[in-house]
Ligand binder design. Structure first.
Ligand SMILES: NC(=O)c1ccc[n+]([C@@H]2O[C@H](COP(=O)([O-])OP(=O)(O)OC[C@H]3O[C@@H](n4cnc5c(N)ncnc54)[C@H](OP(=O)(O)O)[C@@H]3O)[C@@H](O)[C@H]2O)c1
Length: 442
């Protein structure tokens, strides 16, 4: 069967930084595929090939020149507007045979109007068939109503199984390793609940600012840009019950069960904080008196018997002190120990999954007994089994591989999106009138 990958936004940042390198890695591994790059920019074939070539060379240390030549020449570039008139040119280039399996990747700003315009164009030119798949980047909507709106529209043209909503955090190797850590090791499962866990934190911190994304970011803010999607997905993945099997359906079902029960801690008292970095209002396209948060923190709990006593603090921000993505689980201390009378206090056991930058899992155990002090001291057991970052798969490579296999397990379904937005809409509503008062500068 003929396969085609059609990339909308082929001139853009995501395509250059992530998609061309990931597609290059996968190139030649499966069945052959034709690639179409589509964007409004008027590029000659040579200019486009140079973009693809430079993207691959910028990220890969050892590139086979023959493979790169073959990859580059597998692409066709089409310049046009993101509507029926532009998209008609894809049909002219590629033919519209019903038998082609097409993957439409929308690597374009995710406004509802733009998505609809592309899909209408595809429909009008009979490019969609039962084997097609469409990939949508985050943010999926800007609130519950707009997400529902895009979703209903998409479902007029594709089935749920054909819609791949990407969250590249879920496609990170270390996040997927949580599945193994939690469910392949019987020693962890019995203690993964509020009886043993004291608290949890999830942090996604970036050191850079908003770069030139002011137009989008000033309407969005940290809560919509990072917490609604990446952070809530990491949360759901970290606390979900064991899925019945590794199918997408089972994994989605368990994540949904978490998102349905997410609540603000202590009925919202002191559970929300927001901040804005110094200089944000001088960034291009940002309103001079903008009150958009560039940092947000929420303390939540999962309202189930197993989890409702565990405060989970989620933080995400730009221009933070360090760049890190961490999931940390702090276990309760023993109420009493054989060392109490000697005045020796034991540390908490901690599991820290450092998704980035260290790519490791660390377990803090009181495993050292000091004979002189007659006390137990903590040591850190480090699973640095993937120390060499080069052997980690790039998240976009993982996601594209699963896309081509039509496996939805690391993608997000419409119900997860709806539940996440309902929760975040509610949080934003709560702080709407207090925003100026509670927005800290950092
Ligand atoms: N960049 C990242 O690292 C990253 C990470 C995660 C998710 N995403 C998501 O991936 C998508 C693409 O991101 P990106 O950074 O590649 O975006 P981008 O560079 O701003 O835009 C991609 C392409 O879309 C076209 N475009 C830009 N603004 C447009 C507009 N107003 N109307 C129509 N076309 C427009 C441009 O191509 P032409 O003008 O040539 O048509 C541009 O090259 C977004 O939804 C973003 O949120 C990006």
């Amino acid at each position: 069967m003929k396969k085609e990958f059609i990339l909308f936004g082929a001139s853009g940042d995501l395509a250059r930084q992530k998609l061309y390198p990931a597609l290059f890695h996968l190139f030649g591994m499966g069945e052959s595929m034709r690639y179409v790059g589509f964007a409004r920019s008027e590029l000659t074939a040579v200019q486009f090939y140079d973009i693809v070539r430079a993207s691959v060379l910028a990220t890969d240390v050892e590139v086979s020149p023959a493979k790169l030549d073959a990859f580059v020449s597998a692409w066709t570039y089409v310049s046009g507007t993101y509507d029926a008139s532009g998209i008609g040119q894809i049909a002219q280039v590629e033919g519209d045979a019903d038998s082609i399996e097409r993957f439409f990747y929308l690597s374009i700003p995710s406004g509802v109007g733009l998505i609809m315009s592309v899909v209408r164009g595809l429909k009008e030119h009979n490019l969609i068939n039962a084997r097609s798949a469409i990939v949508l980047e985050k943010p999926f909507g800007l609130d519950y109503a707009s997400a529902k709106n895009i979703n209903s529209f998409l479902l007029e043209h594709f089935t749920e199984e054909q819609i791949f909503r990407i969250d590249h955090y879920l496609a990170k190797d270390l996040v997927q390793d949580l599945l193994a850590l939690r469910f392949a090791n019987p020693i962890f499962e019995p203690v993964w609940n509020g009886k043993y866990i004291d608290r949890m934190t999830i942090e996604i911190k970036e050191t850079e600012g908003i770069r030139n994304r002011g137009q989008y970011y000033d309407q969005s803010g940290a809560m919509r840009d990072m917490i609604q999607n990446h952070a809530l997905q990491l949360l759901a993945f970290s606390v979900m019950n064991q899925p019945k099997n590794i199918s997408a359906e089972s994994i989605h079902r368990e994540k949904i069960a978490v998102l349905e029960k997410i609540r603000l801690w202590d009925d919202g008292k002191n559970a929300i904080s927001i901040g804005q970095y110094v200089g944000y209002r001088n960034e291009p396209y940002v309103a001079p008196l903008s009150q958009t948060e560039t940092k947000a923190s929420l303390t939540v709990c999962i309202d189930t018997p197993a989890w409702r006593t565990v405060p989970i603090t989620i933080t995400s921000g730009k221009k933070m002190d360090k760049k890190t993505t961490d999931i940390t689980i702090y276990f309760k201390k023993r109420p009493h120990s054989m060392w109490d009378e000697s005045g020796c206090s034991l540390d908490q056991n901690v599991i820290r999954v450092n998704v980035a930058p260290d790519n490791d899992i660390r377990l803090t155990l009181n495993s050292e007994f000091d004979l002189q002090k007659k006390c137990a001291f903590p040591t850190e057991l480090r699973f640095g089994f993937r120390d060499n970052a080069f052997i980690l798969n790039e998240p976009y490579e993982n996601a594209l591989r699963d896309l081509f296999a039509k496996d939805q397990s690391i993608f997000i379904n419409s119900k997860e999106i709806a539940l996440s937005w309902k929760f975040i809409d509610n949080v934003l509503e709560r702080i709407a009138l207090l925003r100026a008062e509670i927005l800290e500068t950092y």
